[in-house]
Structures are given as C-alpha cells and as structure tokens.
Ligand binder design. Structure first.
Ligand SMILES: C[S@@+](CC[C@H](N)C(=O)[O-])C[C@H]1O[C@@H](n2cnc3c(N)ncnc32)[C@H](O)[C@@H]1O
Length: 277
C-alpha cells in the first residue's frame, strides 16, 4: 500500500538518519570518480544487459501529474510533439503513445541496448516515434530534431544519472529544440529519499551524489539546486513540489519513505513586441 503527499519542504531526517549521513561523509577517490565518468555509458548499457526491460515499471502517472501531456490541444487532432530525453527502454514513452494517438515522440538514450529495446517494442511505430542514441551532455540534439520544434521535453529520472557539473549541458541541449514558451517536465530523486540513506560507506561521490554497486550514479535534488541549474541555463521556474510516498509493506513490517522532486521550467516566450513605437 502506498501513501502520497506533496510539499514544498524537503524531508527532515531522524537523528539516526542524520548520524548515518554524517558518518559516511568520505568521498570516493578522484581516480575512481574519473573512471566512473568515463564508463558512464558502458555502465548503463550493462545495466540494460542485466535487466533487459524488466527493471522499471511502466510510468502511467505522467498524464495525471503534468497537464501539458493531456489532450488539451487547441483543436481536435492537433499533434503534440514531445522529447523524452534519457528514455531508457520506454517505460514513460509507450504508455503516453498508447494513451494519445495525437502524440509524436522523439526519444533518446545513451545506452545503445536501451535504444534497441525501444525499437523492438511492439508498440514502436516509426510514424509516431523516432528514437536515437545520444549522450545528452555532448551530442547535439539538433542532429536529430529541428530547432524549436518540440512542445514538451520530459526529463524523468535522467538528470540524476548525470554528473552535477555536466547537468547544465543537458539543459542547454534540450533548450535548442524546445519551442519558446513551452516547458521541460522534470521528476527525479529528491533529497533524503530512502535510496540516498541506503548507500553504504564508500559510495559517496560528492554532495548528494552517490554511486551504486553497478557503477551507475545517482544525484538527489533539492528544489534550490534544480532551480538554479535551470534558471542559469535560461529557463523560468513554473512549478515545483516534493512528492513524498510512503510505501508500507505490512507483511515485512517495512515502511519506506520515497522522496521525489517534481518541477516544471519554461523556455521564455519570444518577445513579439519588437516594433518601434
Ligand atoms: C533511471 S533511467 C530512467 C529511464 C526513463 N526516463 C524512465 O523513466 O524509465 C536513466 C536513464 O538515463 C540514461 N542516461 C544517463 N546519462 C545519460 C546521458 N548523458 N545521455 C543520455 N542518456 C543518459 C541512462 O542510460 C538511463 O537509461
């Protein structure tokens, strides 16, 4: 059973949780950090080799949480063009395509295996979807998508996998393909999520940044950090909230506090009032 609430303040830690984070402050050596950065793509590709399409559940909540994805276009039949950046095997993408026939979706990921899984999905249809492999921190999205042609960009649990010093490169990259006045929809791990407190000593890479056993990395966001990142890249903040989910497993007597940060940022509209008065 899961309980959910939303709020503007990050989760407060218990004294034991606080102590645990204080105790495990040592960070991984520079040498190992550089190797993790170099191997980032390989490690995600191996993740999909091990888990194929079975790791993440289909995400059916996106239309509930983000009105931009609902069929609220100005006239019947109007297409919505979206980009899911870091789409994995399509757990977000396919529910959306199945729900709304007037969506055209670009989707990309830097794991070639994940991209292949998307292409092999029986719901993949080249008339409604274009998936491609790319590293969002260095490959230009304009090689695959016309400038300012996308109505909605989705960043769902992807920015957390990128090194914090490179996150702005992802935001600048998607900025180029997003139409002025349109938004980036963001959901990702929030500060003090259960996963952050479960890391063993020796997994810390930096502030709120950790490495999993398989070499994939995860950042845990505060709303301030995220807003600065977007605003410095030219966006305006539209909405933000922490989502707190308490998953109660009665059989095992476990209560797991999950924390996500859900936000929206807009590319400013073009100034149409440029004529001299
Ligand atoms: C946690 S998964 C989320 C997948 C999907 N968005 C979802 O919600 O199921 C993170 C994804 O980000 C991708 N990724 C990480 N860094 C990336 C980068 N620099 N460029 C493109 N994709 C990246 C990984 O390959 C992985 O598929």
């Amino acid at each position: 059973m899961a309980f959910q609430r939303k709020g503007l303040q990050a989760r407060t830690l218990s004294s034991e949780e606080e102590e645990k984070l204080q105790r495990d402050r040592a960070v991984v050596s520079d040498f190992k950090q550089q190797k993790l950065e170099k191997d980032a793509q390989k490690n995600w590709d191996l993740f999909y080799k091990r888990n194929s399409t079975n790791f993440f559940k289909d995400r059916h909540w996106t239309t509930r949480e983000f009105e931009e994805l609902r069929s609220c276009r100005e006239y019947e039949g109007q297409k919505l063009t979206l980009l899911e950046a870091g789409c994995g095997v399509g757990n977000c993408l396919f529910p959306l395509l199945e729900e709304d026939l007037n969506i055209f979706a670009y989707a990309c990921d830097f794991s070639p295996r994940a991209v292949d899984y998307v292409k092999q999905n029986p719901s993949y249809n080249r008339e409604r979807c274009k998936v491609f492999q790319c590293d969002l921190t260095k490959d230009d999205l304009l090689d695959h998508i016309p400038p300012e042609s996308v109505d909605v960009v989705m960043l769902i649990f992807v920015l957390s996998a990128v090194h914090p010093e490179k996150m702005h490169l992802v935001l600048l990259n998607v900025y180029k393909v997003l139409k002025p006045g349109r938004s980036v929809l963001f959901r990702d791990y929030g500060l003090h999520d259960h996963a952050m407190l479960r890391f063993k000593a020796g997994s810390k890479l930096g502030e709120n940044f950790y490495v999993r056993q398989d070499g994939t990395r995860s950042y845990f966001f505060t709303d301030e950090f995220l807003a600065k990142l977007f605003v410095d890249s030219g966006y305006e903040e539209v909405a933000k909230e922490y989502v707190f989910r308490e998953t109660v497993n009665r059989k095992e007597g476990l209560c797991v506090p999950r924390v996500f940060l859900q936000s929206k940022f807009r590319k400013p509209p073009k100034n149409t009032d440029l004529t001299d008065h």
